[in-house]
Ligand binder design. Sequence first.
Ligand SMILES: Nc1ncnc2c1ncn2[C@@H]1O[C@H](COP(=O)(O)OP(=O)(O)OP(=O)(O)O)[C@@H](O)[C@H]1O
Ligand SMILES: [Mg+2]
Length: 271
Amino acid sequence: MASASQSEATRSEAPFSATHGSSVAPDPIAVYAANIVKSYGTVRVLDDIGATLQRGSKTVICGPSGSGKSTFMRCLSGLEKRNAGTVRLLGRDVKPDGSSVRDFAGRVGMVFQSFNLFPHLTVLENLILAQTKVRKLSRRLAEEVAADYLNRVRMPGSEQRYPSQLSGGQQQRVAIARTLCMQPEIIFFDEPTSALDPEMVSEVLDIMTLLASSGITMVVVTHEMSFARRVADSVIFLDCGRIAEVSPPERFFSAPSNPRAAEFLGSLLGR
Ligand SMILES: Nc1ncnc2c1ncn2[C@@H]1O[C@H](COP(=O)(O)OP(=O)(O)OP(=O)(O)O)[C@@H](O)[C@H]1O
Ligand SMILES: [Mg+2]
């Protein structure tokens, strides 16, 4: 269960399984963020917000366009510079200057709306690049890992295809496989299905739902309500750069306490 506030805020039979066993008890907090402020020029887009997310938790972030969801997620993942506040991932400080991404390479993954596959590389080359460069795996082992994850995202045998030869849903599943090949402990998803045609949305959400049953920590910006109800243990609603509500999904979707959240949910239903 997430808590958030303005001022504190390899292989198994299962399709996905927790991959990071250790005899040392890990920090139970996956993401800790407090008092984050982010401005573009004179515009404050994140206004003193934070969140504490337990390891293994599944958190959905939603809110109106421009409310700061992507910026918040990018600050949490260390991709974005922030003006103030503290972020810790897996017990380790994230520098405020946006330079920490490399510190967490492999342990923290990201999946974006626009897939971000390298268009000039085959699926296989996309999947093995970071494994060989960052994880320092041999090409042969990286290829085995890639084949395993392509299988898990229901894309077996697609190694030699190029991204342009795949549908949007297939590209997103490959992008998810690429992230999983690094065996991250936390994955941030920023609207992973919003660029997809409706018939492809469920194939990606199905994979994400399977993934959620592993021990991985997931933070997902999405407006897919049925997914949020099924998977999330907590929903964070952002409005104008502030956290307006944090609730379990069953409460958030049936009886949100914040009037802006109620209005927002009404607009989603009316679409
Ligand atoms: N690089 C930038 N320069 C200036 N302003 C920016 C920049 N990136 C984001 N913003 C502004 O910050 C605010 C928050 O943007 P953000 O992309 O985080 O919103 P969002 O909630 O993810 O929106 P959407 O649902 O449309 O993806 C918006 O007002 C946006 O215009
Ligand atoms: Mg966004």
